[in-house]
Design a protein around this ligand. Structure first.
Ligand SMILES: [Fe+2]
Ligand SMILES: [Fe+2]
Length: 245
């Protein structure tokens, strides 16, 4: 459905259709959240956000000839891995996630000693192919297309109304009886990721036509979100195998 929609229309409309399709098909979003899945998410996503923002996205920045966009990438990465003074009270996003992991019953040592799942390792290798040695505009789509799911409007129901992390805020709140600042990780991302992903979407709107890359950016969006689907469903499967009390 969205795949066919992705063949016609303006380039932003086509990328939006690809994101919508990702949101409605990915099992991790559409199956119930469980304690095991949430714990596995905290462990894997802490590693993933560090890898993406200290390695993969920087490869895209170094390929980008546009100074403002390059600095925008570095700023977004710094918020994720060094310190977010704007939305995170000076904490890096992985630190906020580490705090959330402890609130749902993980020990700090479990979070810090966690190893990437085979599916997470595969995702990193696949993203490396899609982000390093690629045209910067395709790379920028890779940097920002998953954060797009945190912008309300894609998917259905709560997902559509509040974005992916709005849905998680609700699901984790119910599952672990958390509220307010406990759920900061999901809260801060709504604002931070609208800014981060707008960078990618605006660059595509401005540059795709001039560079004759309309089809290439839509394909990049599809391929990158396939990898995100593999990564998230890998977390769901490993979460189901996790022994939780
Ligand atoms: Fe983040
Ligand atoms: Fe972000």
């Amino acid at each position: 459905m969205a795949r066919t929609k992705a063949k016609s229309g303006g380039v932003i409309e086509r990328m939006d259709a690809v994101v919508h399709d990702f949101c409605v098909r990915t099992r991790f979003f559409n199956e119930p959240m469980t304690r095991g899945r949430a714990m596995m998410f905290a462990m894997q996503h802490r590693l993933n956000t560090r890898q993406r923002n200290s390695v993969l996205k920087l490869k895209v920045a170094s390929n980008c000839p546009d100074w403002d966009i390059r600095i925008g990438i570095l700023r977004a990465c710094a918020q994720e891995v060094i310190a977010d003074h704007e939305h995170g009270g000076g904490r890096a996003h992985w630190e906020v996630l580490e705090a959330l992991g402890q609130r749902i019953g993980l020990k700090k040592s479990q979070l810090r000693n966690a190893q990437p799942l085979p599916s997470t390792q595969l995702a990193w290798s696949a993203w490396e192919g899609l982000m390093a040695n690629r045209h910067w505009l395709e790379g920028l789509v890779a940097n920002t297309c998953a954060e797009r799911a945190n912008v309300p409007g894609y998917g259905r129901g709560v997902f559509k109304k509040s974005g992916w992390f709005g849905l998680e805020r609700q699901r984790w709140g119910t599952l672990f009886a958390l509220e307010g600042a406990d759920l900061d990780f999901f809260e801060l991302h709504e604002k931070a990721d609208i800014e981060h992903s707008d960078m990618g979407w605006k660059a595509v709107a401005t540059h795709a036509r001039a560079l004759r890359m309309e089809d290439a950016v839509v394909v990049a969006c599809e391929r990158n979100l396939l990898v995100w689907e593999l990564y998230l469903n890998g977390i769901a499967d490993a979460g189901d195998r996790l022994k939780v009390d």
